[in-house]
Write a protein that binds this ligand. Structure first.
Ligand SMILES: *Cc1c(COP(=O)(O)O)cnc(C)c1O
Length: 382
């Protein structure tokens, strides 16, 4: 049997050279003692976790970070065994024992998690590397200041028994992408006082950390021992307020491309796609782009999303469907198979993920992260 050839329909090109350059740019933005944790959760924001993890480590990242334990275990299973890997989104019943065996740094936000990890340490005979997470004001995961003394005390007790080692103290910002938002200074104050309490109680963490991409780029006072950039590593600006990728010295890593599947001439007054929300004003040509919301093209960008076809940026005509959408080519007749670029770095005239975020009324994080599993990733610069 011969293998099915790779689909011509569409591809997400992942420029690992750009990713490495972005990591080096971030490296240059932090003091030499500050470690970089490359955040590769959600399949590296849709870019491919294992390859991006390896590229980030090549370029000088020191740690890897994921949300779920399963994501972290997958990195270990892929052979990434010689660097610390942290994961922070635990649910009761998750495999703490596997995390201990894999040497993961496991985040603990509350007593239920400490109890489960201690039980797993007893059962496996190992010592769990745990990092205590403080809720300094985000109001999401993490331990409230009022509950912190008890969590710290119980963690130190388990450490004295050799069941855990508290390797880190950490937190996460709510509004680091909004420069000068009053919550930033308030969270830093709370973080410092929670660190102070834990250290006075006897915790000697390897790393203390709170900075995501926007804080890595704009708040040196928030770098502590380690920074946790995600989106910046993928070359996407965390927010228009902080500037474009280029202004931040970053290069977008993902380009989403498709091959135009059909070009045809239609008369004036022709409805286009479900609901006929677009009707041709004159006789024109339509191009069929074989990507849809199953591939992560947001249906909210119906009638708005930009696409570069044959040198001109066109707009999605009518609704984005599950597998395809249409652009009005204004009478031009590019050959079927012509490349349509939904987004890329932007310097070849193509739109960017940020442009799609505006079109879909969302953030660029969501645009790249939601590109579906049906779109093959093609790696450049390996
Ligand atoms: C996703 C995430 C990050 C990375 O955030 P970016 O804004 O993409 O840099 C850092 N820390 C935690 C806890 C996260 O969940």
């Amino acid at each position: 049997m011969t293998e099915t050839p790779p689909p011509r329909r569409a591809r997400a090109e992942i420029d690992l050279g750009a990713l490495r350059a972005n990591v080096r740019t971030l490296r240059a933005r932090v003091a030499p003692h500050v470690r970089i944790m490359a955040v590769v959760k959600a399949d590296a924001y849709g870019h491919g976790a294992v390859r991006c993890a390896r590229a980030a480590l090549d370029a000088g990242a020191d740690w890897l970070g994921t949300a779920t334990p399963h994501e972290a275990l997958a990195l270990r299973a892929a052979g990434i065994t010689d660097v610390p890997v942290m994961c922070w989104l635990w649910t009761p019943g998750d495999p703490w024992d596997r995390g201990i065996e894999a040497g993961l740094d496991m985040s603990v936000s509350g007593l239920w998690a400490l109890e489960e990890v201690v039980e797993a340490a007893r059962a496996t005979g190992g010592t769990a590397r745990i990092q205590l997470k403080a809720d300094t004001g985000l109001g999401r995961n993490g331990c409230q200041p009022a509950d912190w003394p008890e969590l710290v005390e119980r963690a130190l007790k388990a450490q004295a028994e050799g069941l855990v080692e508290v390797t880190g103290l950490w937190s996460h910002f709510a509004c680091a992408d909004e420069p000068h938002h009053p919550s930033i200074a308030a969270q830093l104050d709370v973080f410092r006082s929670m660190l102070d309490h834990a250290e006075k109680a006897g915790v000697r963490p390897e790393v203390r950390h709170i900075a995501n991409s926007p804080a890595t780029l704009t708040l040196p006072e928030a770098h502590f021992d380690l920074v946790r950039p995600g989106i910046a590593m993928y070359g996407v600006s965390p927010s228009p307020e902080l500037g474009t990728s280029a202004e931040l010295g970053l290069r977008p890593v993902m380009s989403l491309k498709a091959s135009v599947a059909l070009v045809k001439r239609v008369p004036a007054g022709h409805g286009v796609s479900y609901g006929h929300h677009y009707v041709t004003g004159t006789e024109t040509t339509l191009g069929l782009v074989p990507l849809g919301y199953a591939d992560g093209v947001p249906r909210h960008a119906s009638g708005r999303g930009p696409v570069l076809v044959d040198g001109t940026v066109r707009t999605v005509a009518g609704r984005v469907a599950m597998d395809q959408f249409v652009v009005d080519l204004g009478g031009e007749e590019p050959a079927p198979g012509t490349e349509a670029v939904l987004f890329g770095p932007g310097d070849g005239g193509e739109p960017t993920a940020e442009d799609w975020a505006v079109a879909a009324d969302t953030i660029a994080y969501e645009i790249v992260t939601r590109i579906g599993a049906r779109v093959p990733r093609v790696y450049l610069g390996e």
